[in-house]
Write a protein that binds this ligand. Structure first.
Ligand SMILES: NC(=O)c1ccc[n+]([C@@H]2O[C@H](COP(=O)([O-])OP(=O)(O)OC[C@H]3O[C@@H](n4cnc5c(N)ncnc54)[C@H](O)[C@@H]3O)[C@@H](O)[C@H]2O)c1
Length: 420
């Protein structure tokens, strides 16, 4: 029987396989977990729905879950991030049902989520909580069968915590994002590099000497600011949190409100998880030729409705670059339709960081399957030991050794009586 799916083109599978194998080279921690999963089958017979960016790294996670015994269905967590060759490879070569097509419209996006839920999942895996939201809104009949889920990103965790606080969350969730081995590396180094990569691939502009505005100095913003500065840009940070703003100042960046930064920037990137961070009045103040990108989870950080309303026309000038001609004659360039630029215009995070994020996903799924009976309907963090183990495995794979506390040091650090 053929694998159920809705993908762009099954003939792309051989290219997808080659790229999935290339990513696997940089994912040693996930490989070790996969080998154990093959032996121990911790997810045997468990129906899972995963809603993740369909990339080469996700493919390696999907294969790991399948090898752990899961009956997995995969759909996209963003309409523009699907790599069609990877989707083809998963269906044709690895026998994993995928419902995802790059560039799908909103209706198809949600139809695919529904198709991925059709087998009645016991575990869900989200990146932005769209599966949880769909289950709670449209498929409440399936809720009773779900024992737990995992969530990948900051924005999803915020949504799920709000649901839990309102007593609306139907099953327990493990917040993968909260693991140190996730957000300290994926959000900072992964988003940092791949966001700059997306901007450069889309535009081929020289960053050196440009004024580069980063909105939000959280984990993602820190990474992007550091990388942009490393390539010679003059970086301005905008923030609403005084502590983060102070940190940005002391890290050596100029900090100011967006209303000021809007007049100065050549390139703008939003990474806040917030809405209308670049709003109409900011668009009105920008220089002719300014470039706008978003790397936060949703395409709500730049006020696209205002941009449309202010424009007399729009045309695609390069792949992933739309030129908006404003009524006053200025032109603004929007990358990747305001969706995650690192996925829309590049390939998402490098495999080496997704190795740790997806190790957390795999172990989080295993933990929730093992503990489902004991858990409440709330958001849990990844157990500390799992985090430590992932870091230890990653260091081992990188050939790096570290010190261990001596018994004397353990005693000293645990004691309040010992002084100098
Ligand atoms: N592009 C990717 O691949 C990728 C990867 C990981 C996370 N994300 C997403 O990126 C976003 C940021 O994630 P994070 O982990 O850095 O979150 P974070 O909470 O660490 O940082 C967000 C920062 O934005 C600031 N902020 C909020 N509203 C603002 C405003 N109006 N103006 C300026 N600053 C504002 C907050 O004070 C905070 O410091 C989330 O939506 C997350 O889901 C994207």
């Amino acid at each position: 029987m053929s694998t159920p799916s809705d993908i762009a083109n099954p003939r792309l599978a051989p290219e997808g396989v080659r790229r999935i194998e290339w990513a696997a080279r940089e994912m040693p921690v996930l490989r070790l977990i996969r080998e154990r999963f093959q032996r121990e089958q911790p997810l045997r017979g468990i129906r899972m729905t995963a809603c993740l960016h369909v990339t080469t790294e996700t493919a390696n996670l999907a294969i790991t879950l399948r090898d752990g015994g899961a009956e997995l269905r995969l759909c996209a967590s963003n309409p523009l991030s699907t790599q069609d060759d990877v989707a083809a490879a998963l269906v044709e070569e690895y026998g994993i049902p995928v419902f995802a097509i790059c560039g799908e419209d909103n209706e198809t996006y949600y139809r695919h989520i529904h198709q991925a839920l059709e087998h009645g999942p016991q575990l869900t895996m989200d990146d932005g909580a769209d599966v949880v939201a769909t289950l709670h809104k449209d498929r409440r009949d399936l809720l009773a069968g779900v024992v737990g889920g995992t969530e990948e990103t900051t924005t999803g965790v915020i949504r799920l915590r709000a649901m839990a606080a309102a007593g609306a969350l139907g099953y327990p969730i493990v917040a993968v994002n909260e693991a140190d081995t996730k957000h300290l590396f994926d959000n900072r180094y992964g988003t940092g590099q791949s966001t700059v990569d997306g901007i450069v691939r889309a535009t081929n502009i020289l960053l050196a000497g440009k004024t580069f505005v980063v909105a939000g100095y959280g984990w993602c913003g820190r990474g992007v600011a550091a990388r942009a500065r490393g390539m010679g840009a003059q970086v301005i940070v905008t923030e609403v949190d005084p502590v983060k703003a102070l940190e940005a100042v002391m890290d050596g960046y100029r900090v100011m409100p967006m209303a000021e930064a809007a007049k100065l920037g050549d390139i703008f990137v939003t990474l806040t998880g917030d809405i209308n961070v670049i709003d109409r009045q900011h668009l009105e103040a920008m220089k002719d030729g300014a470039i706008l990108a978003n790397s936060g989870h949703f395409d709500s950080e730049i006020n696209l409705k205002a941009l449309q309303a202010m424009s007399e026309g729009k045309r695609a000038v390069r792949a992933s670059v739309d030129e908006y001609r404003l009524l006053d004659g200025r032109r603004l360039y929007l990358l990747g339709e305001g969706r995650l630029v690192n996925l829309a215009a590049a390939e998402g995070h490098p495999a080496a960081v997704m190795d740790m994020s997806f190790a957390n996903q795999a172990l989080g799924a295993e933990w929730i399957a093992q503990n489902a009976q004991k858990l409440e309907k709330k958001v849990y963090e990844i157990p500390h030991e799992v985090d430590q183990e992932i870091a230890r495995l990653k260091l081992h794979a990188m050939g790096i050794q570290i010190d261990y506390l001596t018994e004397e040091q353990q005693r000293y650090l645990a004691s309040w009586q010992e002084g100098t």
